[in-house]
Design a protein around this ligand. Sequence first.
Ligand code: 13P
Length: 252
Amino acid sequence: MRKKIIAANWKMNKTVSEAVTFLDTFLLELGEEKRVDVVICPPFTALAKVSEVLSDVSNVRLGAQNMHWEKPGAYTGEVSADMLRELFVRYVVLGHSERRSLFGETDAVVNRKTKAALAAVLKPIVCVGETLDERDAGRVESVLSTQLSGSLADLSAKEFEEVIIAYEPVWAIGTGRTASPEQAQAAHAFIRAHLETMAGKAVADKVRIQYGGSVKPANTAELMSQPDIDGALVGGASLEARGFVEIVKHAL
Ligand code: 13P
């Protein structure tokens, strides 16, 4: 049985003080819930403070939204895995569609980052997903295969098991237009089948696949009841503490 994992991707939102205000309410309302893995991915500037607040909280983990693949050095504006590790970051979102479309990240880049994250014992949340044009052209499966094969190339079976995949159809991100549970399940089943071709059935059965794209309290339960949907990566609806607690509770 795969444990559900619900992650908040705050994107470029929340100052340090706004993050603290969120956590005050969120942690109180969440209570001791441990049946779901909960991850908060604030912007880099808030990681240290959120880490401090979470230091005596056992059921919420810290994630980053990106990292560079290189060891520390002359890479202006970048953040290394070691820097994240020191702040007790456990997860890192890689290859988000906004990174791919706005900042030119390719599957090869995502692969380098994934390997560097794994080498640093960070759990990568590797994002894949098709655009609306690609869906309309009947290319969902070929796009997902290419992204998965490229982003997860040359991982050992043991490394594969540490990876979390986030299926985020680009047309559903920030649009209020969620994939239907059937559409999402079909994509997740395809992703799992593709992982099986890459790493074998035993590994593919263990990998958790999150859905992302306009997840909100009202649609969480139905999405999470699908057999191959193992959690959610939540953008907009993760910015409001009570709503995000509701999403976590609906994942049970
Ligand atoms: P929204 O939940 O705002 O659609 O964003 C999804 C997302 O991109 C999470 O990474």
